[in-house]
Design a protein around this ligand. Sequence first.
Ligand SMILES: NC(=O)c1ccc[n+]([C@@H]2O[C@H](COP(=O)([O-])OP(=O)(O)OC[C@H]3O[C@@H](n4cnc5c(N)ncnc54)[C@H](OP(=O)(O)O)[C@@H]3O)[C@@H](O)[C@H]2O)c1
Length: 265
Amino acid sequence: MIRVCLAGATGWAGSELARAIAPLDDLSLVAAISRRRAGRDLGDVLGEPRLRCRVYPSAQEALSEPCDVFVEYTKPDSAKSNVLAALEDGAHVVIGTSGLTDADYAEIDVVAREQQRGVLACGNFALTVVLLQKFAETAAKLIPQWEIVDYASDSKVDAPSGTARELAARLAKVRPPQPTIPLDSTVGPREARGATLSGTQVHSLRLPGYVISAEVIFGMPDQKLTIRHDSGSSARPYVDGALLAIRRVSTLVGVHRGLDTVLDL
Ligand SMILES: NC(=O)c1ccc[n+]([C@@H]2O[C@H](COP(=O)([O-])OP(=O)(O)OC[C@H]3O[C@@H](n4cnc5c(N)ncnc54)[C@H](OP(=O)(O)O)[C@@H]3O)[C@@H](O)[C@H]2O)c1
């Protein structure tokens, strides 16, 4: 039985995950985190009687309940301190929250290795995103120029998305993209070329009507390739990937990014 503490258990993504854990025999939710529902029983909050755990206002308080895996599904401003607290407490960590930077992950990696604990950070748990990442890595081996477009709803506070950040970081490991005109030689506002993340230009749209989409465009003379993922409006696509991450994270030490770390692709 894996004991799970879920930060963000009342949110859009976290509540779907909590409901999916409720009937499982191998996972048990032992603590939840939400400021507005603190002090209540999570089962009452979510209308799921099989969930019997208390909601705490902070990670520090929730970690008073012993857990094996801490799942971070809150917001970028609280994610890093929650993760560090969980590692210090001896838990393995699954990170679903977006917005953490490469520098944040480097800092978390140091603590995870000191504690000999695993951290599995997945900017997107959906299977179609995992496939987008793999296909894009293959394309980057053969095509030297690409850019990423990241689409999300107008209410998403962080930009670029975790999906776009993770994709840029992975493509950087294949090779740096080679733009024909260096960015510093751009004529006009530099911002028109987007943000540079791990060497890739990333363009973020935030508009009503979008949920999460990610697109990577590879260009070669007289041909181009577009690989794109689109999410629907429910949080269901993220559940199976998050459950797999929870079950496998204890096999890791240090920070690992992307669900394919624990998939046989
Ligand atoms: N990796 C993936 O596949 C994936 C999928 C979906 C979403 N996400 C990411 O996951 C994160 C959460 O998304 P969401 O749509 O579920 O957000 P949401 O609906 O706003 O839920 C956020 C949850 O975190 C809690 N929370 C927020 N700030 C907190 C704090 N300072 N201390 C304690 N609890 C706090 C909220 O409860 P209170 O407000 O009551 O504190 C709520 O339970 C975002 O970064 C999103 O981009 C990732």
